[in-house]
Ligand binder design. Structure first.
Ligand SMILES: Nc1ncnc2c1ncn2[C@@H]1O[C@H](COP(=O)(O)OP(=O)(O)OP(=O)(O)O)[C@@H](O)[C@H]1O
Ligand SMILES: [Mg+2]
Length: 536
């Protein structure tokens, strides 16, 4: 063994000496061709192909390669069991620690029975430079090695498979975001995005959402079907988006359902506050600035649209009040204000264009959700199918919904008091939000029975309240009716009196000897007769 090592050592030393002599003494002109032939010889004897995927690309090497990211995610998932040296890092857009293989580590992968190898490498530049960018000195890259026999399959099919898998993993892993649109005044030229975001961490899921199970399943199926129908939408020539209209009284779970949708599909949420949008152009820009795999939400759509009108009115009023003060102000300021007033509104047609205009097809895979408490107030054009494809009514708590809440809040599936609650829920309207509030233990260790009793009491009170309200309404209605009847009676009586009065005055006229019209009433009668076509 020692002898062999010595031999290998001396062979390497010999080669190095030969290479040094080649570098020093061989004429420069011949070096190129010789190197080329040497490469050819090596590739003839060495049948493997290498592909490298550098971390940074672009003209200046500043742009992070999407392929590198996807490969990294793919390898993190598939290779961490094999690699012996791992590196722990917090991947961008994710809170969790992700293990990846360390530099110079190699792992094997298999695709359709073909074996291939991935290695993570790093070029350390020996230039003595100071740089703000770490990438200047550390050029990371992945290297893929495979037999040249499989070149076609690997370069076409396998690489696509890796990139797709990597992207899918990054969608699963990424920290999802909740965006809200910035006020137009606070937008600056240096802040490119029109949206600000925070991490989206709402815990609601369809499991915890209290509603009729069949309806819930239908919505879940609809959402999943949408998210997997890219090819179908392309086939029928429709932009890959879907609109949902959620309506129902306050506290019935509209906002909760949006969170559950986002968690189910792993989408980002864009909460669009229409009242801060200056005009239709800004609305369009906001839409273009959203990414795919997202839910765009406009809450309380009826109020948002009304509010633009109200805002204008309010401004007008303020302007009237401050007219004198305004006149004293700078005329440029005044012009600016006038311009602002002219522009600051989003119109219904602007909103419709936002939903189904050409721009809405950009990026694809978007869900648009409107919520409202008063569906009947909305313009039919806004909610017709094709714009709002699915209308979902969220209503008062049913017994089925109550059971979900009981499970969520108290971890119980059945109880003696359930029957009583079921009966009361049928007779009374109570929102899931109110039911949930009553079910929530008010102190640690509070028993389920206490919570259920509290709910029953609240339901009975609500029932009593509703009964009182109905009675009150009934009473008011009866009073109104009585008043109307009385008014009607009075009117009839007055008319009768008038008629009687006229008749007596007519008699008086006839008995007057010169026939001169003496009072206004008599003239009026003549007028009336004229109107009736009867000549006096
Ligand atoms: N269907 C439901 N399932 C589970 N929890 C619900 C449901 N409805 C309401 N809640 C509870 O009530 C609270 C209020 O509900 P949510 O904000 O979703 O109501 P909303 O319909 O959006 O009301 P609003 O019309 O006032 O915006 C939530 O925090 C949630 O805990
Ligand atoms: Mg809400």
């Amino acid at each position: 063994m020692a002898e062999m090592m010595t031999q290998v050592g001396s062979a390497i030393a010999g080669l190095m000496v030969a290479y040094a002599m080649f570098q020093n003494y061989f004429p420069y002109e011949f070096r190129g061709p010789i190197m080329r032939y040497a490469q050819k010889l090596v590739s003839f004897l060495y049948p493997y192909v290498h592909i490298t995927f550098p971390e940074y690309q672009g003209d200046h090497g500043f742009e992070r390669s999407k392929a590198f990211d996807a490969i990294q995610r793919y390898l993190n998932k598939n290779s961490t069991k094999q690699a012996k040296r791992l590196q722990a890092n917090v991947v961008r857009d994710s809170e969790a620690i992700v293990l990846s293989m360390a530099d110079h580590e190699e792992v094997a992968d298999e695709y359709q029975g073909i074996k291939l190898w991935w290695s993570a490498n790093q070029n350390i530049s020996n230039r003595q430079t100071i740089s703000f960018f770490p990438r200047e000195d550390e050029k990371k890259y992945f290297k893929l090695t495979f037999h040249r026999r499989h070149r076609d399959i690997i370069t076409v099919e396998y690489l696509k498979h890796v990139l797709d898998e990597g992207k899918a993993i990054s969608v699963q892993e990424r920290q999802r975001k909740l965006y809200t649109n910035n006020k137009s005044e606070s937008m600056h030229w240096y802040r490119r995005s029109m949206w600000s975001h925070v991490a989206f961490e709402h815990p609601a899921t369809f499991d915890t959402l209290a509603m009729d199970p069949d309806k819930k399943q239908e919505i879940v199926n609809d959402l999943i079907n949408f998210s997997t129908s890219k090819d179908y939408y392309a086939k029928i020539g429709k932009a890959w988006k879907r609109g949902y209209l959620l309506f129902g009284p306050p506290g019935t779970g509209k906002s909760t359902m949006i969170a559950a949708m986002a968690n189910l599909l792993k989408y980002d949420v864009y909460d669009l506050e229409l009242t801060t949008v200056k005009d239709n152009t800004e609305l369009r820009k906001l839409l273009i600035d959203t990414s795919s795999k997202s839910i765009i939400v406009i809450e309380d759509i009826d109020c948002s649209l009304d509010l633009t009108g109200q805002r204008e009115k309010k401004k007008d009023k303020e302007e009237d009040d401050d007219k004198k003060k305004d006149e004293e102000k700078d005329p440029v300021e005044k012009m600016k204000k006038m311009e602002e007033n002219k522009n600051s509104q989003v119109t219904l047609s602007g909103l419709l264009n936002f939903i189904d205009g050409l721009w809405s097809a950009c990026g694809g895979e978007r869900i648009i959700v409107f919520t409202t408490n008063y569906v009947e107030k909305l313009d039919p054009a806004l909610i017709r199918r094709g714009r709002m494809d699915k209308h979902i009514e969220l209503s008062y708590c049913s017994f089925e919904a109550f059971k979900v809440l009981a499970k969520n809040y108290m971890d119980i599936y059945s109880h003696d008091l359930f029957a009583e609650v079921g009966r009361l829920l049928e007779e009374t309207n109570m929102t899931p939000a109110d039911v949930a509030e009553n079910l929530m233990p008010k102190s640690s260790g509070e028993e389920a029975k206490t919570c259920l009793m509290r709910l029953i009491k609240a339901l009975e009170e609500a029932k009593e309240e509703a009964r009182r309200k109905a009675e009150e309404e009934e009473k008011q209605k009866a009073e109104k009716l009585a008043k109307e009847e009385e008014a009607e009676r009075n009117k009839l009586e007055k008319e009768k009196e008038k008629e009687n009065g006229l008749q007596s005055s007519e008699n008086g006229n006839q008995s007057s000897s010169n026939g001169v019209k003496e009072n206004g009433e008599a003239i009026k009668v003549n007028d009336t007769e004229d109107a009736n076509g009867v000549k006096a």
